[in-house]
Structures are given as structure tokens and as C-alpha cells.
Design a binder for this molecule. Structure first.
Ligand code: HEM
Length: 411
């Protein structure tokens, strides 16, 4: 029906209000071979925190690949492909999640982020200096894409010269995750690209591992910490460290890019806001949060029913998938007055853009830091920054909300 195809098209066509009107729970048969969809804030938040729901959904892709005849026992490609995704923090339940999360969190604690700040500022400065002196520029290609890619790349120890190759691999993975109905060709491509990405990381990690045997060094970055954890027996499974590196590259990359683009577009499309923020830069964090609510870069996440139960009057059978519509929950009229309106003065507590519960985004503070530094620096440099075209170029993706390009003028 109309609702279902609007959902699958995504982007600006996302039918948030229609979803809210038609109740808390929907059966969506065009996605993942049929799944439940939740769209209200209260229901989505409760589901994100519900231990009867599992995040381990990658196994389904392995099954699909097998059915499609993609598994290649000789090359052993499929099992590794599956493992590299399935062992990542994002896709593991307790007790593995409880073991992994603190190890990863150490790389994102406030002191670690403050230590990153000068490097982010320097990177931003390089990107801005590299812009052509005159004429409009595409803020997605010039800023929103390379800034987060460079930041996460340097956190993972990827050399600058290799960044583009790593980033391309992350993009392919994002395409797979955004697919509602994975077809064999896409799976095959994603499988190949993921193995290539892992192959790029392997020598980097091997070199670090060798260096760890040198006289005791305190761990100084995330990979060092993970290697120390591995040496202490805390990462016992094959490819477990590699799976985290691949996931972080992809998680730190696509999502923040979309936020930075939507942020600039939304602020510049609001009359008077640029001048106001120049005078009142302390309002920047609130504006970033409001853009996260309105244009949630990750529109949904998925859970699998691990334990059958009733929800909103329906029986959720073990094995069924639930799509949790974060983007719609963040526009729930029961939660946010006039939810489709951008309101820079809105206090938007509890917005779900970064998820909620045990899997809440590990990179939230890093993303907010990048967004704030970018916006403040542009406000400082260019009092007359303006949109060069009126129409926003929203991507046609059901999973990611963001812009394909964003042309801006400096004067
Ligand atoms: C988890 C959104 C940036 C790393 C999540 C989740 C969401 C999310 C919704 C929860 C998924 C679920 O429950 O199924 C976002 C958005 C971002 C962003 C909107 C930017 C605007 C980042 C960055 C990093 C990152 C920059 C890392 C550098 C992670 C990790 C998890 C996660 C590791 C999994 C945590 C866990 O499973 O315990 N993110 N994210 N994210 N995010 Fe982010």
C-alpha cells in the first residue's frame, strides 16, 4: 500500500504523521520478508530497552547468503563475512555485550575526547583552507564527508593516505545495512567489500600487535586498548578485534556526515538564525540536538524477538523482526509539540537519535563535539554563509536521513 512504499522510498517521503495516525504497531510486509514496525516514542524507547529483544540479526544474512548459493565452503568466505559483522558490539547481546562495551567505552570517555579536540580542530582547519577561494562549494564533499571519516580513521590508526580506501569500504557496508530486502548481488558485493576492508585493517593491527611486545607502553589509543584486552584474554573469539574496528569505521562515518549536512542546511534555511548564533554561540549545542531530533541520521534500528511476548495487543513470535522507527518516534506529537517544525529554542530532552538503553550510541559525545566545532568555526569565519540552492537534496534512503550535496556561498 501507499504507506509501505513511502516507507521504502524514505528520505523526505517518510510518512511520519501517517504512521502516528494509524496506531503504535504496523505490519510491514515489504521489508525483511515481513516485520513489525513501531513508531511512537514510548513504544520505541521501551523496545530499545527490552531484554526480550535481541540485536543479533546478522545471522539472517548468512542464512540468506546460503539460500542464494553464495556460501563458498572452499574459500570459507561466507562464515568470515558473517563473523566480522556478527561479532561487532552493535550486533551482540549479553553476556558478550557486557564484556565488550566497557572495553570500547574506554576509548570514548570524556578525557579521551578532550584529547582529540586539537586534532579535530586542525583537521577542520586543513579542510577549510583547501576550499577554492571563490564560488559555491559542496559542504558535503568538502566538510561533512571528510571530517568524520578523518577523525574516526585517526582514532583507529588509519594512515591519511589510506583513508579514502577505508572510507569507500565503510560506504559499501552502509549500503548493505540500509537494504530492506537484501538481494544476492548486493550481499555478494558487501561480502567482498567487507573482506577487503578487513584485509586493509589486518596489517595495521598486526603492526600494532608487534609493537605491543616492545617494552611496556601505556595504551594510548583505542586499538592499543583493544590489543591489551586481547592479550589479557578478553577478546577470545576469532576476528573479534577486527570486527570492532570495521564497525567503528562505518558507524563513525556515515551517520555523522548526515548530521553535519542536515545541521548546516537547516540552520542556513532558517531566516536570521546564522546571525543569531554568531551573537549567541552558546545556543549551538541545543540547535544540534534539535536537528538530530528532526532529521535523525539513523531513521531506524532492528531487533529480533528472542522471547515471544505480547506487545500493543499483538503476539510477537520468537524470530520475528521489529523495526524501531527512531526518526518517527522523534516526531511523535505526543512527545514533541508541533513535531515537524524546526524550533531552535526547543528543549528536546529524551530524543532518541542515538538510541537508548544498553546499546545507546558510543560515539554520541564525539559526534556532538564534531558538530559543534564545525558550526562554531563556520560561524566565526563566514558571517554571510548562505545556501546556494533552495531545494534540499535529501537522499532516497529508508535508513539514513541526510543530504547528497549541499552547495553553499561564502559571500
Ligand atoms: C550505536 C546513532 C555516530 C559508534 C548507535 C545507535 C544509534 C546510533 C541509533 C543504537 C543502535 C541500536 O540500538 O541498534 C548514531 C548517530 C550518529 C552516530 C545518529 C551521528 C550523528 C557514531 C559515531 C561512532 C558511533 C561517531 C563511533 C565513532 C556507535 C557504536 C554503537 C552505536 C559503537 C553500538 C553501541 C552498542 O551496541 O553498545 N548509534 N551514531 N556512532 N554507535 Fe552511533
Amino acid at each position: 500500500d501507499e504507506l509501505a512504499s513511502a516507507l521504502a522510498r524514505g528520505g523526505p517521503a517518510m510518512p511520519m504523521a501517517a504512521l502516528h495516525r494509524s496506531g503504535p504497531l504496523h505490519w510491514w510486509d515489504q521489508a525483511f520478508g515481513g516485520c513489525w514496525l513501531l513508531s511512537r516514542h514510548a513504544e520505541v524507547e521501551a523496545a530499545l530497552r527490552d531484554p526480550r529483544l535481541s540485536v543479533a540479526r546478522v545471522a539472517g544474512w548468512g542464512e540468506l547468503a546460503r539460500q542464494a548459493g553464495l556460501a563458498q565452503p572452499s574459500a570459507d568466505a561466507s562464515p568470515r563475512f558473517q563473523r566480522l559483522l556478527a561479532r561487532a558490539l552493535l550486533f551482540v547481546d549479553d553476556p558478550d555485550h557486557q564484556r565488550l562495551r566497557p572495553l570500547m567505552q574506554a576509548g570514548f570517555h570524556p578525557a579521551a575526547l578532550q584529547a582529540l579536540r586539537p586534532a579535530i580542530e586542525a583537521r577542520l582547519d586543513r579542510l577549510l583552507s583547501a576550499l577554492p577561494a571563490k564560488g559555491p562549494f559542496d559542504a558535503i564533499a568538502a566538510l561533512a564527508r571528510p571530517l568524520p571519516a578523518g577523525v574516526i580513521g585517526s582514532m583507529l590508526g588509519v594512515p591519511e593516505a589510506e583513508l579514502a580506501r577505508f572510507a569507500a569500504g565503510a560506504g559499501d557496508l552502509a549500503d548493505l545495512l540500509a537494504t530492506l530486502d537484501p538481494q544476492p548481488a548486493l550481499l555478494r558485493r558487501a561480502q567482498r567489500r567487507l573482506l577487503i576492508l578487513a584485509g586493509l585493517f589486518e596489517p595495521l593491527i598486526a603492526a600494532r600487535r608487534a609493537a605491543q611486545h616492545a617494552p611496556a607502553q601505556p595504551p594510548h589509543d583505542l586499538i592499543d586498548r583493544l590489543l591489551a584486552a586481547e592479550a589479557a584474554g578478553l577478546l577470545p573469539h576469532a576476528d573479534e578485534l577486527l570486527a570492532q574496528a570495521v564497525m567503528l569505521l562505518f558507524a563513525g562515518h556515515e551517520t555523522t556526515r548526515h548530521l553535519l549536512g542536515s545541521l548546516l542546511q537547516t540552520v542556513l534555511a532558517t531566516p536570521g538564525l546564522w546571525a543569531r548564533l554568531r551573537a549567541e554561540p552558546e545556543a549551538v549545542p541545543r540547535v544540534v540536538r534539535e536537528v538530530l531530533r528532526l532529521h535523525s541520521p539513523v531513521q531506524y534500528t532492528v531487533r529480533r524477538v528472542a522471547q515471544g511476548h505480547e506487545r500493543a495487543g499483538q503476539w510477537m513470535a520468537r524470530g520475528q523482526l521489529l523495526v524501531l522507527m527512531i526518526g518517527a518516534a522523534n516526531r511523535d506529537p505526543d512527545r514533541h509539540a508541533d513535531p515537524d517544525r524546526f524550533d531552535p529554542d526547543r528543549a528536546a530532552p529524551g530524543a532518541l537519535a542515538f538510541g537508548s538503553g544498553p546499546h545507546v550510541c558510543l560515539g554520541a559525545a564525539l559526534t556532538l563535539l564534531e558538530a559543534e566545532l564545525l558550526l562554531r568555526e563556520l560561524l566565526r569565519r563566514w558571517p554571510r554563509l548562505a545556501l546556494a540552492e533552495a531545494q534540499a537534496d535529501w537522499l532516497p534512503s529508508p535508513l539514513y536521513r541526510g543530504l547528497g550535496r549541499l552547495l553553499l556561498n561564502r559571500d
